[in-house]
Design a protein around this ligand. Structure first.
Ligand SMILES: Nc1ncnc2c1ncn2[C@@H]1O[C@H](COP(=O)(O)OP(=O)(O)OP(=O)(O)O)[C@@H](O)[C@H]1O
Length: 579
């Protein structure tokens, strides 16, 4: 076992096992009672054959039947209570852990989401924590229960016949060795399986999400082939592990039968030689079952436990990542802001050594509109991301009302921030739910005002179910302009002090264009707005225009000033006017 695993065992013990020590102690007592009562039946059979049948002792038969009935009942009851106690608790812990991991992931910085695909994150929340089941659920019952059964059975076997016991130890040792080898071989196969599964699942989800592009480019056959390759990989992986598992199962059956034949032969000889009774031989065979079954179970539980620890290891690693709220600097909550934003020589890089923004400086006064224009990839979205505190500058500073943004707790700041992005996030729910998403406590008057201001009512009223119309995944049942207006209504309802807008580039008909312009104007009123602008009408409304080129502010000023300058903005403007 690696050092990493030892750390995890200590972690698992401290955080999962120890807080439930009372429950696990009750569980252990129940397991012991359960396994002990299991031994009553084989003991009864010895007496049945050797005493009741041989001496025709009906009185003893009645006692034996009563004892057997009591034992079976206790066994059944303890088994039900055990399952309810431990398995239910394991599932409770799984739910708690899942919620904790999801909460932690959501609080991680944006960089984490840039580096991890959503499919693998889903697996980390849903699958990685499932191993808990093996640690406090059925796994531990089988492990501890199995150990108890083996020790007690071994004691009974030796007491019946040391010679016969010696004979069965050889095949058991062989079986144990085969199992250990096989499971060591299977372990990496299982690890690979969870990785491949996550990959194939997330690609499949993307295929369905991007079905419009796929059909549009007639690329179904490519997606089909990619998926076929994925399922083939899973199949090959499962095939390899199945072959190994069948080797273990096959050898266990073979060795068990070999031991049975040996015992039959040697046992019969001992009976003839009066060293053993028929009842004892039958009891011996029954006790043997109590050893073989847990041994085969325990070797596979060993693998499951290793898998569980590997999963929990990944969970622990994730939970140890610092959230945005654990930044030593960003600890001051901020009250209501005016919205004065200053970039002072801000340099930023996504990857170390590859600067994307270089010494960017500007001031956006509270309540003004700043338009970001410039060629594709110049860094406009990056500037917007920095204003939203999704990323931190590598050098230089960003201040909000003269307070350093990196010293402010992200939540208290983003409470006062609104974003309307090009490909805005709408989820599969009703129009109402999608708008209320930004402010669940909004009154119906506030909602109505937002809907009116964003010109949503103009289309929602035409729908049969109005605001309660379900819009499909990512709003597919709406037009692009309608989706934008919902996103704008959502931002109006949030009533932010600072607003980030990424204008849609897609061509809308002039009616939609006008409606969006009106709703945007409503939204921007009195808020410090940063707009990645594509429409001249928006740009002309701006109090200042920043022309961004190759990560730097190339020009700064109002529309008139920049036109007069006859520089980069003039080029962009005249180019757009031509088309
Ligand atoms: N998450 C990221 N990780 C690494 N590099 C990134 C990331 N996001 C953007 N970049 C890079 O940063 C540069 C600036 O990108 P940005 O999105 O800010 O440009 P933009 O001006 O908004 O472009 P567009 O107008 O095309 O949207 C690009 O070269 C891009 O490849």
């Amino acid at each position: 076992m690696t050092r990493q695993h030892r750390v995890t065992i200590a972690y698992v013990f401290k955080t999962i096992v120890w807080p439930r020590r009372k429950l696990l102690f009750v569980g252990l007592i129940l397991i012991t009672v359960n396994r002990l009562t299991g031994f009553v039946l084989p003991s009864v059979s010895t007496y049945l054959l050797d005493e009741v049948l041989s001496n025709r002792n009906i009185k003893l038969l009645k006692v034996l039947l009563a004892v057997a009935a009591a034992a079976i009942s206790v066994q059944a009851i303890s088994s039900v209570v055990l399952t309810n106690l431990l398995s239910v608790e394991a599932q409770r812990v799984i739910s708690i852990l899942r919620a904790r991991v999801q909460r932690h992931i959501l609080m991680l910085p944006m960089k984490f989401f840039d580096d991890n695909n959503s499919g693998s994150l889903v697996a980390r929340v849903m699958t990685d924590v499932e191993g808990v089941r093996n640690i406090i659920g059925t796994g531990v019952v089988q492990l501890v229960g199995g150990a108890i059964s083996i020790v007690i059975s071994f004691f009974f076997l030796v007491s019946i016949s040391p010679l016969l016991t010696g004979c069965i130890l050889v095949p058991i040792a062989i079986f144990w060795a085969i199992s250990l080898k096989t499971f060591a071989f299977i372990r990496p196969i299982y690890q690979e399986r969870s990785r491949v599964n996550a990959e194939v699942t997330s690609r499949l989800a993307e295929t369905f999400k991007g079905v419009r592009v796929i059909k549009g480019f007639n690329a179904e056959s490519h997606e089909i082939k990619t998926f076929e390759r994925g399922v083939e990989q899973i199949f090959q992986n499962v095939k390899r592990s199945l072959m190994s598992v069948s080797l273990v199962t096959g050898s266990s059956v073979f060795l068990l039968q070999l031991a049975t034949v040996g015992i039959m032969g040697l046992g019969a000889y001992l009976i003839v030689d009066n060293q053993l009774t028929v009842g004892q031989l039958i009891a011996f065979a029954l006790y043997l079952g109590f050893i073989i079954t847990p041994i085969s179970q325990m070797s596979s539980i060993g693998t499951q436990l290793t898998e569980s620890f590997a999963g929990l290891d990944r969970t622990e690693e994730l939970l140890n990542l610092k959230t945005e709220y654990e930044n030593e600097k960003g600890t001051t909550p901020i009250g209501t802001i005016k919205g004065d934003v200053v970039f002072d020589n801000v340099t930023f890089e996504y990857e170390p050594g590859k600067p994307i923004l270089d010494m960017v400086s500007f001031r956006a006064e509270a309540g003004t509109i700043t338009a970001l224009v410039g060629s594709s990839g110049s860094g406009k979205t990056t500037i917007a991301g920095l204003v939203a505190s999704f990323y931190k500058p590598v050098r230089g500073s960003i201040t909000i009302d003269q307070l350093d943004l990196s010293s402010i707790t992200p939540g208290s700041y983003r409470n006062q921030l609104g974003v309307v992005l090009q490909d805005d996030f709408l989820f599969d729910g009703t129009i109402r739910e999608n708008i209320l998403f930004s402010n669940r406590n909004a009154s119906s008057i506030e909602l109505t005002n937002a809907i009116k201001a964003a010109r949503v009512s103009e289309f929602s009223e035409r729908f049969q179910h109005g605001l309660d119309t379900v819009i499909g995944e990512r709003g597919v049942k709406l037009s692009g302009g309608q989706r934008q207006r919902i996103a704008i209504a959502r931002a109006i309802l949030a009533d932010p002090r600072i607003l980030i807008l990424d204008e849609v580039t897609s061509n809308l008909d002039s009616e939609s264009e006008n409606l969006i312009k009106e709703s945007m104007t409503e939204l921007m009123k009195g808020r410090t707005t940063f707009v990645i602008a594509h429409r001249l009408s928006t740009i002309r409304m701006a109090h200042q225009i920043l022309v961004i080129e190759q990560g730097a502010v190339a020009e700064k000023g109002t529309h008139e000033e920049l036109i007069e300058l006859r520089g980069r903005y003039f080029e962009l403007y005249t180019y757009q006017c031509k088309i």
